[in-house]
Ligand binder design. Structure first.
Ligand code: BES
Ligand code: ZN
Ligand code: ZN
Length: 495
């Protein structure tokens, strides 16, 4: 979809539809809506007077203009009460409106930007529209001809001097949504298409395009570097593991703050010998969503060029049962030398992350943030709209919470008190990989904490938010790309 900006008057624009937001309540027409109402001979106030359109959030009505203005349609979307309106509502409303216009077969839309507002909604509209129209249909061979697509979105302003800030909003919106869409595509891609090798190759091509430094460890290199926990997870699979190191701002790394992003990249989690049930495995192609979040964010960071050194680490492996798979009772030695007793091979995410978090220390980071579909327990605790956040540095946690509030990617903090450590004590190794079955999300975080030593660290458990979120108009079924927008916001707000 092309997105651009134009100077002009809505009455004279040749397009398929003009999109207009309307607040709920009497006498709620904004000056822009007033002028549209006038041009249509009072059609909007009539409609509202009859009670056929109230301006309730996401309510859509399309009016036919019969030559009163150049566009054949003026389409109204309810924005809810003016005093409740916020960035999240803009995304929701834009997504819903774009979907209903797309379903009508509309190809081109114009969105007039009012002259009288200071806080331009452009970035949020681009996010809502592009993310709301997202579909993953590359493997469908039937019904392709019926697919309708919006082709062009034009922001219209009467004020020439506003075009450059509108353009900035469009660019930022495009960069952010491209990152989210990359993460969604990767998460939706089934495990027979997205192996650890292909995930690493994708990272490499993102790096090439955005001028990031990229290094990939194969299994030989992983052995040399002593990534024993990750190798243990991958040994049951015919697919080779990959550890990806992406770096933005490498040249001036020493002068800048270093932020390390770590992603769990299990391209398929069968559970290993501690095999999952059939239904428990159905969505486990999404177990690399943390890696997808990191890669989507790194792509955007390469474009936005913040004043930071950002490292993206992706620990990619399959988790499969076989004659070569690791067994419950096995003991592995992680990157930093700590030994782990494997009691449940399905708690594999924390194993690959143990090595990655150990490796992160080499960058002497100001902060390390990991994203992982780590536990089913986080879904039990917080459901599918909210991720669990835990960390060793409250300031860092608070910064992430504040970024999450801005992007409406919800997080809720869980404690990492010492009390939880008891559950991970092993008789035969430094730590075991499962607890006693209680407080699963916290015990997962507590395990990771043992490997996230020597720096400020935060863990975000996206077990519930990575896939099949409900209730948001701009997040479809399947991969959500959760966390990409949050990370971009955090990086943009860093200084
Ligand atoms: N990838 C799963 C976590 C998961 C399960 C996320 C379902 C989203 C939905 C992870 O590797 C796993 O299997 N964790 C186990 C840990 C347990 C064995 C301690 C879990 O949550 O059951
Ligand atoms: Zn698992
Ligand atoms: Zn897993």
């Amino acid at each position: 979809m092309k997105i651009n900006v134009k100077v002009g008057d809505f009455r004279q624009e040749e397009t398929d539809a003009i999109a207009l937001g309307i607040y709920e309540g009497e006498d709620s027409l904004t000056p822009l809506a007033e002028s549209v109402d006038q041009a249509l001979g009072g059609a909007i106030s009539n409609l509202m007077g009859l009670g056929d359109f109230e301006g309730k959030l996401k309510q859509v009505v399309t009016l036919y203009t019969n030559g009163k203005v150049s566009s054949p349609r003026i389409s109204l979307v309810g924005c809810g009460k003016a005093e409740d309106f916020n960035q999240e509502n803009i995304r929701q409303v834009s997504a819903k409106h774009a979907q209903s216009l797309r379903n009508l077969g509309v190809k081109k839309i114009i969105v007039p930007i009012p002259d009288d507002i200071s806080d331009l909604p452009v970035q949020a509209i681009v996010e809502g529209v592009k993310l709301g129209l997202y579909t993953f249909d590359q493997h469908k061979t039937e019904g392709r001809n019926e697919i309708k697509e919006l082709e062009e979105l034009t922001f219209l302003t009467a004020n020439e001097s506003r075009t450059s800030v509108i353009k900035q909003g469009i660019e930022l919106g495009n960069t952010i949504t491209d990152g989210v869409i990359l993460a969604r595509d990767l998460t939706n891609q089934p495990a027979n298409y997205l192996t650890p090798t292909i995930l690493a190759e994708t990272a490499q091509s993102v790096a090439k395009e955005k001028n990031l430094r990229c290094e990939i460890f194969d299994s030989v290199k992983l052995q040399e570097e002593k990534f024993g926990a990750m190798l243990g997870v991958s040994q049951g699979s015919l697919e080779e593991p990959r550890f990806v190191i992406l770096e933005y701002g490498f040249e001036e790394a020493n002068e800048k703050d270093t932020l390390v992003l770590v992603g769990k990249g299990i391209t398929f989690d069968s559970g290993g010998l501690s095999l999952k049930s059939g239904s428990g495995m159905e969505t486990m192609k999404d177990d690399m969503a943390g890696a997808a979040t990191v890669l989507g964010a790194m792509q955007a960071i390469g474009e936005l060029k913040p004043d930071l050194h950002v490292v993206g680490l992706i620990a990619a492996s399959e988790n499969m049962p076989s004659g070569t798979a690791q067994r419950p009772g096995d003991i592995v030695t992680s990157y930093g030398g700590k030994t782990i007793e494997i009691l449940n091979t399905d708690a594999e995410g924390r194993l690959v992350l143990a090595d990655a978090l150990g490796y992160a220390k080499n960058f002497k980071p100001e902060a390390v943030i990991d994203f992982a579909t780590l536990t089913g327990a986080v879904v039990t605790s917080l459901g599918r709209s909210t991720a669990g956040i835990m960390g060793t540095d409250q300031k860092l946690v608070d910064r992430i919470i504040s970024a999450a509030e801005k992007t409406h990617e919800r997080v809720w903090q869980l404690p990492l008190w010492d009390d939880y450590e008891e559950a991970l004590k092993s008789e035969v190794a430094d730590v075991k990989n499962t607890g006693d079955g209680t407080a699963g999300a916290i015990v997962g975080g507590t395990f990771l904490k043992k490997f996230a030593e020597g720096y400020s660290w935060t863990h975000i458990d996206i077990g519930g938010t990575a896939f099949d979120i409900k209730g948001s108009s701009y997040i479809s079924k399947g991969g959500s790309g959760y966390g990409v927008r949050l990370l971009i916001q955090l990086v943009r707000d860093w200084h």
